[in-house]
Design a protein. Structure first.
Length: 272
């Protein structure tokens, strides 16, 4: 009987400890809920607290990435339609400025992305068509082209040969289209400045030297159906073949207009 009574006491103490532990647990939970709700008086339940598993900011960030990816894809398609990508030309896109409200859209809501103007620059404005209207964004465009670059150092004043160049992919984003794109554009040209190996050729780096330059001694030809007379003269102007320039002859002490027929030779047109 004593042993049975001892067991009852032991069980009683155990139940009391369990009750105390339960009360402490409830108190801890209440404190946690109070810390979450603050002093606003709002009621928070354990079930409500348990459903918050992904921060809303993370959901928006993930959605924004998907929207921007869709925008870049559609912008690329628009630029390809404009001929920006060929066998010798290509481009890369990156977001430069995208409004925050884009993050509230779904990728399927991006209907089209088109450049605002026909002028494609490093930083270009695009119109994004959405169900609620047009949203303006700015994308960064990097352009590369396969163009001639010097394979060796070339001196200013020299006439370059195509064998001195190789075709390579070059970032031309900031060259503003002032560059030679084909080897044949170098034929008959002269360099205005020295080029280093690996440098592309700008249009401003080359020029066509005149067939006759001012100060050159030329042969002035008077030609008729029955005779031809030639006298030495001095060119007063630069001229390409076919140009009409002024020349002066010290033998006749007269000035003439003559057509450049080639290097060192001009054809009389008029006596001034």
């Amino acid at each position: 009987m004593k042993q049975h009574h001892s067991n009852i006491k032991r069980k009683g103490r155990t139940l009391l400890l369990m009750d105390v532990a339960l009360l402490l647990l409830v108190g801890i939970i209440a404190q946690q809920l109070h810390a979450k709700t603050g002093d606003t008086g709002a009621t928070a339940t354990a079930s409500t607290y348990a459903t918050i598993t992904i921060p809303p900011a993370l959901e928006i960030s993930d959605n924004r990435d998907a929207v921007i990816e869709t925008i870049l894809q559609k912008a690329s398609e628009a630029l390809i339609d404009r001929g920006l990508e060929t066998e010798t030309s290509r481009f890369n896109l990156a977001p430069r400025w995208v409004p925050n409200r884009i993050a509230q859209l779904q990728p399927g809501q991006i209907r089209s992305v088109t450049p605002k103007t026909g002028d494609i620059r490093e930083y270009t404005l695009f119109d994004v068509l959405t169900p609620s209207g047009i949203v303006e964004i700015q994308l960064q465009i990097t352009l590369t082209r396969k163009i001639p670059v010097a394979s060796t150092r070339l001196i200013s004043g020299s006439q370059p040969e195509t064998s001195q160049f190789v075709m390579e992919w070059v970032d031309v984003t900031r060259l503003q289209h002032d560059y030679v794109t084909e080897m044949h554009q170098l034929d008959g040209m002269q360099l205005r400045r020295t080029l280093l190996a690996g440098q592309p050729v700008r249009q401003s780096d080359i020029w066509t030297p005149p067939a006759v330059a001012a100060g050159d001694v030329v042969t002035l030809v008077f030609a008729t159906e029955f005779m031809q007379i030639t006298i030495p003269a001095t060119a007063r102007q630069d001229g390409q073949t076919g140009d009409v320039i002024r020349i002066y002859s010290s033998e006749t002490r007269k000035t003439y207009l003559a057509e450049v027929n080639g290097p060192g030779e001009v054809l009389w047109k008029q006596t001034l």
